[in-house]
Design a protein around this ligand. Structure first.
Ligand code: HEC
Length: 106
C-alpha cells in the first residue's frame, strides 16, 4: 500500500500537478516538529542540519519521499519522514521552498 502511494505520488509529480496543490500555510503548521533541527524558517543554526529554506520544491519532495521509502538512509531523518503523507511532504516542501535562504558566509 505504501509503495502504491509512493508510486502515485511520483506519477503526480511527473504530471506537474502538486506545485499548485501544495499548501505552504499548512506546511508551516506541519513544520513545527522540524524546527528544532532545521530552524523555524528552515535556516538551521547548526551546520549538522541542512538548510531547507529556499531549497527547490522538487528537491525537498524527493528528499522526503526518499527518506520515507528508505531510498535515502539517515537514522535521524528516517523516523521524521516515516509518518508523513504525500500531502504533508508537498505542503512542507511548499513552505520551505518559499522561505528566504540566508546568504552563507565563509
Ligand atoms: C532531530 C533533528 C531533525 C529533525 C527533527 C528533522 N530533521 Fe530533517 N534532517 C536532519 C539531519 C541530520 C539531516 C541530514 C541527513 C542526511 O545527511 O541525509 C536532515 C535532512 C533533511 C532533508 C534533506 C536536506 C538536503 O539538503 O538534502 C530534508 C528535506 C529534511 N531534513 C526535512 C525535514 C522535515 C520536513 C522535518 C520535519 C517533518 C525534519 N527534517 C525534521 C535532522 C532533523
Amino acid at each position: 500500500m505504501k509503495k502504491m502511494l509512493f508510486t502515485a505520488g511520483c506519477a503526480a509529480l511527473l504530471a506537474g500537478g502538486p506545485v499548485l496543490a501544495a499548501n505552504p500555510v499548512a506546511g508551516k503548521e506541519k513544520s513545527k516538529t522540524c524546527a528544532a533541527c532545521h530552524g523555524p524558517d528552515g535556516n538551521s543554526a547548526a551546520a549538522d542540519f541542512p538548510r531547507l529554506a529556499g531549497q527547490h520544491y522538487d528537491y525537498l519532495v524527493k528528499a522526503l519521499a526518499d527518506y520515507k521509502a528508505g531510498e535515502r538512509k539517515n537514522a535521524i531523518m528516517a523516523p521524521q519522514a516515516a509518518n508523513l503523507s504525500q500531502r504533508d511532504i508537498e505542503d512542507l516542501a511548499a513552505f520551505y521552498s518559499r522561505q528566504a535562504g540566508l546568504s552563507v558566509k565563509y
